[in-house]
Design a protein around this ligand. Structure first.
Ligand code: ATP
Length: 222
């Protein structure tokens, strides 16, 4: 793949479809933490939520369209190639084997971080990677309980820690608030509304061309 000494960001998701909330978050975190790249990794089969509406191949194709002109972001197809339920721990071992001695940072919104203690082998995962939590509007971190304990034990403030350790740190980073959700975009498309400016034009073009989210026959058909 490529060699780097700088940390690599990992943004996993269903990306059903990828939208400007995901992309802006990835780019802002890339710049704030001086990362080598951010890998956007669409899952094959999510283990914590209902199955996506678009196929794995369509979701990967949309991620590829979205990052085509942005060298900071990389469409990583490893979970889709693996074709097994998408456990992040497996993905991480796979990445480590390919890019050794490089710190990795999982990027997630607060909503995703609140569910982190239910992830498969999450304690082990946190020893192996850093976590960067991106602040989004309307989500708050609890001040007691397991999430608060995790923050007390692992919160770091220095970017240097991220590059000098392979994992173990949790970072909090405010990002531009773009309250966009893939669920809402799918609904808008299904109702024949125009989702433009919520997602890249290239992704919307793909959706129109492939009839993803039942757009065939709607007023957006070209
Ligand atoms: P859905 O509406 O289908 O649940 P989603 O838009 O939340 O999808 P996911 O693919 O589930 O997108 O999210 C992947 C990651 O992106 C998660 O860490 C989530 O917290 C984050 N994320 C989702 N939407 C935004 C947004 N608008 N701004 C910043 N981060 C986001």
């Amino acid at each position: 793949m490529y060699q780097t000494h700088k940390a690599i960001g990992i943004l996993g998701g269903t990306f059903d479809p990828i939208h400007l909330g995901h992309l802006r978050m990835a780019l802002e975190i890339y710049e704030a933490f001086d990362l080598a790249k951010v890998h956007l990794i669409p899952c094959y089969q999510p283990v914590h939520r209902k199955q996506p509406a678009a196929s794995p191949e369509q979701r990967l194709a949309m991620v590829k369209c979205a990052v085509a002109n942005e060298p900071a972001l990389y469409a990583d197809d490893r979970e889709i190639r693996r074709q097994t339920p998408s456990y992040m721990i497996d993905t991480l071992f796979d990445l480590r084997a390919e890019i050794p001695n490089t710190p990795f940072a999982l990027i997630m919104g607060i909503d995703a971080f609140l569910g982190f203690p239910s992830w498969h082998r999450w304690k082990e995962l946190l020893e192996l990677v850093h976590i960067i939590i991106a602040h989004r509007p309307n989500y708050h971190l609890p001040s007691t309980g397991i999430i608060a304990d995790l923050l007390n034990a692992h919160l770091q403030h220095e970017v240097a820690f991220l590059h000098n350790h392979l994992g173990g740190g949790i970072f909090l980073r405010p990002i531009t608030a773009l309250e966009i959700s893939a669920t809402d975009i799918r609904k808008q498309i299904a109702m024949g509304r125009n989702p433009r400016y919520l997602l890249p034009d290239s992704v919307f073009d793909y959706i129109k061309q492939h009839g993803t989210y039942s757009i065939v026959g709607s007023k957006h058909e070209t």
